[in-house]
Write a protein of this length. Structure first.
Length: 181
């Protein structure tokens, strides 16, 4: 009987060892594989609204505009001049067509070199999300420029307005494009 118990214990140990190593063998097997990741396309270009062509690719751009870039819509003077009370806009297009993700466009004013009485501000497109679309992904950024100036007979303002004659407008705008998260 003792021999049968020993034989049974040995048989159980062999069975346990066989099961253990069989299981271990399953976890030891390996294989090699490769995979491909397709990254989304990114194509963002910027151009002045009246410019021809595709525009210039950018991720962040510092643009500088002058009075020649402004489309004066209120109180323009004669022969390319402006008068007090003038208002105009600068527009440029951000084209993300070809990108396969939503694109966020941030536009901010830099430190403008403006004569006394002038203001400039990004009035549309300052923080715009261009949603993914397979055919067209565009947004327009607009900067509004205003010359407050003297609209009535005001000796103090008239002197300030006359001092503006011959000065140059420098209007810096920083535009950044990033993927919408």
């Amino acid at each position: 009987m003792k021999g049968n118990k020993k034989l049974l214990v040995v048989a159980l140990l062999l069975l346990l060892i066989t099961v253990t190593f069989s299981t271990y063998a399953i976890y030891r097997e390996s294989t090699d594989t490769t995979g491909n990741i397709k990254a989304a396309a990114w194509s963002v270009k910027i151009k002045k609204a009246e410019a021809s062509g595709e525009g210039t690719a950018f991720a962040s751009a510092n643009l500088t505009f002058t009075a020649d870039d402004v489309t004066w819509t209120k109180n323009p003077g004669k022969n390319g001049t402006i008068a007090p009370g003038a208002t105009g806009t600068i527009s440029f297009e951000v084209d993300a067509t070809g990108s396969e993700v939503d694109v966020v466009v941030d536009a901010t004013m830099g430190t403008a070199t403006l004569p006394n009485g002038f203001t400039a501000a990004v009035t549309s497109g300052a923080n715009t999300t261009i949603a993914y679309n397979a055919t067209s992904m565009k947004a327009t950024v607009t900067v509004t420029v205003t010359w407050e100036g003297a609209l009535t007979d005001d000796t103090a303002k008239d002197g300030t307005d006359l001092a503006v004659k011959g000065t140059q407008l420098t209007i810096p705008v920083t535009v950044t494009a990033r993927q919408a998260l």
